[in-house]
Design a protein around this ligand. Structure first.
Ligand code: SF4
Length: 124
């Protein structure tokens, strides 16, 4: 089962083909394809399957761990979710209601280097 950290739910929803490396982009596409089939995923707090293909992961820890942990905490709090198995459709629908429509998206990750893409593609 795919492992995802909470804020990657938001990254996946706004992905448009740009990422940290070719390997990262391939992994992102692979994960999106699996989730589109309705596959459930496991929510984890820490490095996940996407991180495993990211050049920023060093010895199992993100180089910007403090920042991404903050994104994870805020996303999980708003969606009221904890570690464990999660229904993909339920969680992406919940993000629409509780984050994008509730205008909370900017509060979570506006200092991310990719935020200009997500704001452009913001889901409503
Ligand atoms: S930047 Fe950090 S949190 Fe984001 S995919 Fe890379 S290792 Fe994971």
């Amino acid at each position: 089962m795919i492992k995802l950290r909470p804020h990657h739910i938001l990254c996946i929803a706004h992905y448009e083909g740009k990422g940290y490396s070719e390997e990262f982009n391939l992994k992102m596409k692979e994960i999106i394809k699996s989730l589109e089939t309705g596959e459930e995923f496991e929510l984890v707090f820490g490095a996940d399957d996407l991180c495993s293909a990211c050049p920023n992961l060093k010895n199992g820890i993100c180089e910007t761990e403090e920042k991404v942990n903050r994104y994870d905490r805020m996303t999980a709090d708003l969606l009221v979710i904890g570690e464990g198995q999660i229904s993909t459709k339920t969680i992406f629908d919940a993000a629409k209601e509780k984050i994008y429509k509730a205008n909370k998206f900017n509060h979570i990750c506006s200092d991310c280097e990719w935020s200009y893409i997500c704001r452009k593609n913001e889901k409503q």
